[in-house]
Design a protein around this ligand. Structure first.
Ligand SMILES: Nc1ncnc2c1ncn2[C@@H]1O[C@H](COP(=O)(O)OP(=O)(O)OP(=O)(O)O)[C@@H](O)[C@H]1O
Length: 234
C-alpha cells in the first residue's frame, strides 16, 4: 500500500519551502530572508518573534501574497502561489487572507461599519442582507456595536484595532496575518486585543500568524518562531 504523502490530506495551511528574499537597494542587495522552511497547520495561533530588521514583516508579506520570494516556494492551502497571475493573487487575498496592521490601516473617511463592509463590497455575489448581517456580527463580536457610525479618529487605538480585526474576519478568511498588532497600543489594551484574537482562533478555527516584540504576547501563542538576521533560529 502506498503510504506516501500524496495519499494524505495536506494538514498545513501554509507551507514555506526554502524561501530566500533579497531586496535591491541601489547597487547593493539586502538579504531579508535566508532559506526559510516552515509548515503552519490549520487552526494554529502562531507568533513570529525577533528583533527589528530580522525579517518578520517580509515573511508576513510573502505569506500574504503582497510580495514574492526571490527563490523557493510558498503554498497556501496546498496551492503554489508562484505561478499565479496578479488577478489570481488578488482573488486569493480577498477570499483566503485577512490582514491586521500595526497602524490599523482603516480608511479615515469611512465609519467603523463602512470599513468592515468595504472588502465585502468586492464580493459581487454576496447579497446586501448577508453583507449587513456579516458586518453587524463581527462588529458585535469585537464589542463595537455602539460605535458603528464612528469614524477612526473618533475611536481609541484599541477600538480602531478591533475594527481592523472585524474587517479582517468579515470575509471569512482561513488565515489572518497580523503585523505587530499590539505595537501601537498600551499594554492592557494590547493584551485585550490578543485575547480577542485567541478567542476567535478557538471559536472560528481561523489560523492566526502574527509578529511581535512583546514577550507577554508571545506567551499566548501556540508556537513561537524566532527569527534573527533573516533566519529561523528557534
Ligand atoms: N523594500 C525594502 N527594500 C530594501 N530592504 C528592505 C525592504 N523591506 C525590508 N528590507 C530589509 O529587509 C530586512 C528585514 O526587514 P523586515 O521589515 O522584514 O524586518 P522586521 O523583523 O519586520 O522588522 P521590524 O520589527 O522593525 O518591523 C531589513 O534589513 C530591512 O532593512
Amino acid at each position: 500500500m502506498d503510504k506516501g504523502n500524496d495519499a494524505e490530506p495536506a494538514a498545513a495551511i501554509v507551507e514555506i519551502r526554502a524561501v530566500n528574499k533579497e531586496y535591491a537597494l541601489g547597487k547593493q542587495s539586502v538579504i531579508a530572508l535566508r532559506n526559510i522552511s516552515l509548515m503552519i497547520d490549520k487552526g494554529e495561533f502562531m507568533a513570529l518573534a525577533g528583533p527589528s530588521g530580522s525579517g518578520k514583516s517580509t515573511l508576513l508579506n510573502l505569506i500574504g501574497c503582497i510580495d514574492t520570494p526571490t527563490s523557493g516556494s510558498i503554498l497556501i492551502q496546498g496551492q503554489d502561489i508562484s505561478g499565479k497571475t496578479a488577478d489570481e493573487l488578488a482573488d486569493l487575498r480577498l477570499k483566503t487572507l485577512g490582514f491586521v496592521f500595526q497602524t490599523f490601516n482603516l480608511l479615515p473617511v469611512l465609519s467603523a461599519w463602512e470599513n468592515v463592509e468595504y472588502p465585502l463590497l468586492q464580493r459581487r455575489d454576496m447579497e446586501k442582507k448577508t453583507r449587513q448581517e456579516r458586518v453587524r456580527h463581527y462588529l458585535n463580536i469585537v464589542g463595537l456595536e455602539r460605535y458603528t457610525h464612528h469614524r477612526p479618529n473618533e475611536l481609541s487605538g484599541g477600538q480602531r484595532q478591533r475594527v481592523a480585526i472585524a474587517r479582517a474576519l468579515a470575509t471569512h478568511p482561513g488565515i489572518v496575518l497580523a503585523d505587530e498588532p499590539t505595537a501601537n497600543l498600551d499594554h492592557k489594551t494590547g493584551e485585550g486585543i490578543l485575547k480577542l484574537m485567541k478567542a476567535l482562533n478557538q471559536e472560528e478555527g481561523t489560523t492566526f500568524i502574527f509578529s511581535t516584540h512583546d514577550a507577554q504576547v508571545m506567551e499566548m501563542a501556540d508556537r513561537v518562531i524566532k527569527l534573527a538576521d533573516g533566519q529561523i533560529i528557534e
